[in-house]
Design a protein around this ligand. Structure first.
Ligand SMILES: [Zn+2]
Length: 232
């Protein structure tokens, strides 16, 4: 019967190497640039470790800079398509804070620091999280152009919608460094060492088979999404 076969939980966890990366990081990182610097470092190591895409995030108390949680993209490691850095960081922050609302009464204002503007999934996850500020390294088309990830149909008024709900958007914090991570990732993909995991992964578009994102280019080439690593 179905009750004997369905799974009753799924696991999203930070990879062990994150502990090594955080070994010398203090509990409080007062400077916002330094917080983004940490995000870039985690994002760069994340794809090199084969854990997921070149994305990382953290949740901090805006005023003090106390780091509440960090997240990296764990889509490949977990086989869960929603395991984006923002979702992981927000979930871990809420777990540590004991509440689904990081903007709840009695809590300090929290911010989410990410190495680019959110995809459509993380747009919603951020909006419902209770953070009061979103800090992004950049928000242009460069992420998709360089990495070929499909970030979904995010409206041009995405930042305005955040502001309307009391979530301030801070942009262009160490932007060039973010692009540097994406370019390194792209080089890794082109050399066959990494996977762009958009759903319905294709095999054309001029790069190594199995490494090309297809959803934006429409080149599904008859492949089906693999539950182990090709889903998004
Ligand atoms: Zn996302």
């Amino acid at each position: 019967m179905l009750a004997e076969h369905i799974t009753t939980e799924y696991r999203i966890a930070l990879p062990p190497w994150v502990g090594d990366e955080l070994a010398d990081v203090p509990d409080v990182v007062p400077d916002r640039d330094d917080r983004m610097r940490l995000v870039h470092r985690l994002a760069d190591r994340n794809w090199r470790e084969g854990n997921g895409g070149p994305f990382a995030a953290l949740v901090a108390e805006s005023e003090t800079g106390r780091i509440v949680a960090v997240g990296v993209n764990v889509v490949l490691a977990s086989g869960v398509s929603s395991g984006h850095a923002e979702v992981v960081a927000l979930g871990l922050a809420q777990g540590r804070s004991g509440t689904w609302d990081l903007g709840g009464a009695g809590l300090p204002a929290h911010e989410l620091v990410v190495n680019w503007r959110p995809c459509i999934q993380c747009y919603g996850a951020t909006m419902w999280s209770g953070v009061r500020t979103l800090v992004v390294a950049g928000d242009g088309p460069e992420l998709e152009e360089i990495t070929t990830f499909d970030e979904g149909p995010l409206g041009s008024d995405w930042a305005e919608q955040f502001e309307r709900r009391g979530i301030r958007v801070v942009r262009d914090v160490l932007r060039e460094e973010a692009l540097g991570v994406f370019r390194a990732y792209r080089a890794g993909v082109d050399s066959g060492g990494s996977t762009v995991y958009n759903a319905r992964q294709g095999t054309s578009a001029g790069t190594t088979a199995g490494t090309t994102a297809s959803t934006s280019a429409g080149t599904t080439a008859g492949t089906t999404a693999s539950t182990t690593e090709a889903t998004a």
